[in-house]
Design a protein around this ligand. Structure first.
Ligand SMILES: *Cc1c(COP(=O)(O)O)cnc(C)c1O
Length: 230
């Protein structure tokens, strides 16, 4: 089966990248980005031991999470968080990678059920400073972190970015290196920060070279998506 083969290939590639770039073995987590994929596709990955899944679209995600609720899976929200969806997102997900507004953080904090552990969050950084892209500017990050500290139902784990696409590996690495620098500086003050969510099918190698701890992979695992979702 194709998904099983792709998963084996990706795992091997990740381990090789860890070795090549002097990363400790097993420190890069493969997040399977399952947006637009069927339950069967997800089951095929689960059968091979994959348990971290990432979704972008709230309604699609909730349907899948409910359908697969008997499995021990970890669900990551990696899409744009709309304020009227914060309640369900805070209930159904283990992670939200795309926090870039205090109002959204506040709503997630309020909605996170008391019987669940604090919601893991990453701050989305607009590293390439594209005007229309989500994410905060790197210079605004310290102030943002200070504001987040008021929310005890959220656990800040680190940073996420989705840079402008680039074919050149050196250019890819430049963007990721900027996030790594922020990560290392922030970690000096906050020992709980351990996550750098960066790298997709296009730029996974560059991301691992620059310290990614979570790579978010869709296409290389499940095959091409239908155009309207790209
Ligand atoms: C879709 C998506 C990915 C996966 O991209 P692929 O190129 O399919 O690997 C990663 N991160 C985010 C935020 C996405 O929306």
């Amino acid at each position: 089966m194709k998904i099983a083969t792709n998963l084996t290939k990706l795992r091997t590639e990740i381990r090789l990248c860890e070795k090549q770039f002097n990363r400790e073995q097993g420190t890069v987590c493969l997040l399977a980005v399952s947006k637009t994929r069927t339950i069967d596709d997800i089951q095929a990955a689960i059968a091979e031991g994959q348990y971290h899944f990432g979704e972008n679209y709230y309604q699609e995600a909730i349907n899948k999470i409910q359908a697969l609720h008997t499995q021990e899976l970890i669900w990551h929200f990696i899409g744009k968080v709309q304020s009227n969806k914060t309640k369900s997102i805070a209930q159904y997900f283990d992670w939200v990678h795309t926090v870039d507004r205090i109002k959204i953080a506040q709503r997630l904090n309020e909605a996170r059920p008391a019987h669940q552990p604090p919601l893991n969050i990453c701050i989305q950084i607009n590293i390439s400073q594209e005007s229309r892209k989500s994410g905060i500017h790197i210079n605004d990050c310290n102030a943002f972190i200070k504001e987040l500290s008021a929310f005890d139902r959220l656990k800040l784990r680190g940073f996420m970015t989705l840079p402008a696409p680039a074919n050149d590996v050196d250019i890819q690495r430049e963007s990721f290196a900027a996030l790594r620098e922020l990560f290392e500086l922030t970690r000096l003050q906050n020992a709980d920060i351990d996550t750098l969510s960066m790298g997709t099918s296009q730029d996974m190698t560059a991301a691992i070279a620059e310290g990614a701890t979570i790579v978010r992979i869709g296409t290389a695992l499940f095959g091409p998506r239908k155009a309207k979702f790209c």
